[in-house]
Design a protein around this ligand. Structure first.
Ligand code: ZN
Length: 187
């Protein structure tokens, strides 16, 4: 396993739609295990492949360290598709490993139904609520090139302009390996 540098706000790959995974080869298995290690090292609870410079439609989630969520096992999601979202919405504060130091309230559907494939390429459907639904929607958005800061109120967007610019210009300290510390060929 290896720690991968996390891409940051301003890196082009975070704005690209990823490509469908056609088969799970050894490189993909390695990528997934590296994604878990990278996420855990940064104390994250979700990570999308484009956050480590890959254009594959994969994200990983592990919320088992969070109170009342200990029963939720770490999960690998390949080629996800949200097939249903509840009309009920809920406000929750979000953050992102690619946007360090920035947090903001985002309104999203309370529950979702997600279709995906596992590492054996088997199809599954999962109905998620609470924190799991939240993290899955955040990561799903990453794979479409959408960041949570696109979804906050107009008022907060104005306030975030400066901190986001600072991340873009790499004018902040990073607590984990990021694309700031590697050659930009990754991006
Ligand atoms: Zn994120």
């Amino acid at each position: 396993m290896a720690l991968l540098p996390i891409t940051l706000f301003g890196d082009k790959i975070l704005r690209k739609r990823v490509s469908e995974v056609k088969d799970v080869d050894m490189d993909t298995i390695k990528l997934i295990s590296d994604m878990f290690e990278t996420m855990h090292n940064a104390s994250g609870i979700g990570l999308a492949a484009n956050q480590v410079g890959s254009d594959k439609a994969i994200f990983v989630v592990d919320i088992s360290e969070i109170d009342d969520e200990e029963d939720k096992k770490p999960i690998v999601i390949i080629n996800p598709k949200i097939i249903k979202s509840s009309k009920d919405t809920i406000v929750m504060e979000e953050g992102c490993l690619s946007i360090p130091g920035v947090r903001g309230d985002v309104i999203r559907p309370k529950t979702i139904t997600l279709e995906y494939q596992d590492t054996d390429f088997k199809k599954h459907t999962i109905k998620a609520d609470r924190l799991l639904a939240r993290v899955m929607q955040h990561e799903y958005d990453h794979l479409q090139g959408i960041l949570f800061t696109d979804l906050v109120s107009e008022e907060l967007k104005k306030k975030l302009k400066k901190p986001l610019n600072n991340i873009k210009r790499r004018k902040i300290e990073f607590e984990y390996p990021t694309s700031n510390s590697v050659d930009h060929q990754l991006i």
